[in-house]
Design a binder for this molecule. Structure first.
Ligand SMILES: C[S@@+](CC[C@H](N)C(=O)[O-])C[C@H]1O[C@@H](n2cnc3c(N)ncnc32)[C@H](O)[C@@H]1O
Length: 282
């Protein structure tokens, strides 16, 4: 049952305090920091979890979260929207091929941070592209996400068979050079992607809101992640990426994301402004 929630100003104020307390509790108990996520969608997701757990209030949810880590895992899935696909936004991957790959050829070894990789479709897409460009063998991709469950699925490399038509079209539109079906075998559980595409991939849990940088990279791919963050958390993550990128390193964002009005707006120049591909210049 969904409880009706018409809110007076006083109710809204009280609810806002309850949300603050709940997020603080999650942060202290588990270290996941959602305190600066955009509020409207966060609030919707929390109430949805209240309903799904058969509870009536946010404080009841807080109580359950504190004592039941499995409830926290469920909420984590609710809060981190994991929608993704292979060669998502094919024009981006085409631009990566034509504008970023030539820069990468100048390095003896390439480190890429795929932050917010979700279930791995983006990581596999990068691996396929780099292999076709003859760069994969000297690349290491660090693919990270806050959510252990999506990482588990990413390591499995099995994606829904009914998606293969769409992914094949994306791959071709992105400038793919082979028959896409060469990269997977169809099985009972879905399309199992070539395991060797993961030879140079490390999947690891990393929270952009609270964890530090862990290497120096030539490329950071972080697409469709920061749209869920408020501007101060976006600034924090941009600081993290700026310190993680080497000189002339490349930062790529999602179509609805931008460097404009962030702390590091002037530290990059566009390599392809429409595809949100930037190069660090200072
Ligand atoms: C919409 S998916 C984007 C996946 C992929 N980058 C793409 O564009 O298709 C957003 C991902 O960001 C992850 N995420 C959300 N908050 C995060 C955080 N604080 N640190 C790391 N990853 C986070 C979510 O778990 C989710 O898998």
């Amino acid at each position: 049952m969904t409880v009706a929630r018409d809110r007076s100003a006083a109710d809204a104020e009280r609810e806002s305090i309850e949300v603050d307390l709940l997020l603080e509790a999650i942060y202290r108990r588990y270290g996941f920091d959602f305190r600066q996520y955009a509020r409207a969608s966060l609030r919707r997701r929390l109430w949805r979890r209240v309903d799904l757990e058969g509870l009536g209030t946010l404080s009841a949810l807080q109580e359950r979260l504190l004592h039941h880590p499995d409830c926290m895992e469920r909420l984590l899935l609710d809060l981190s929207i994991n929608v993704t696909s292979m060669f998502r936004d094919p024009t981006f991957f085409r631009a990566f091929r034509t504008k970023v790959v030539p820069l990468l050829r100048t390095y003896p070894f390439v480190r890429i941070w795929n932050a917010g990789c979700s279930t791995g479709e983006e990581t596999f897409s990068l691996a396929i592209l780099l292999r076709e460009e003859g760069l994969y063998d000297r690349t290491r991709i660090y693919a990270t996400d806050i959510n252990e469950e999506v990482l588990r699925r990413a390591r499995g490399g099995v994606f829904p068979i009914e998606k293969m038509q769409e992914y094949t079209e994306n791959y071709q539109a992105a400038g793919g050079q082979a028959a896409f079906s060469e990269y997977y075998v169809s099985g009972y559980e879905g399309a199992q992607f070539d395991r060797s595409l993961l030879d140079n991939v490390v999947f690891a849990r990393h929270n952009l809101a609270s964890d530090r940088s862990f290497n120096e990279f030539q490329v950071v791919v972080c697409r469709n992640v920061m749209i869920y963050f408020d501007s101060s958390l976006q600034d924090h993550v941009h600081r993290l990426f700026h310190e993680s990128l080497g000189h002339l390193g490349v930062l790529t964002l999602g179509p609805k994301e931008s460097l404009a009005f962030t702390v590091h707006e002037d530290a990059y120049e566009p390599l392809d402004a429409a595809e949100k591909i930037y190069r660090k210049i200072r």
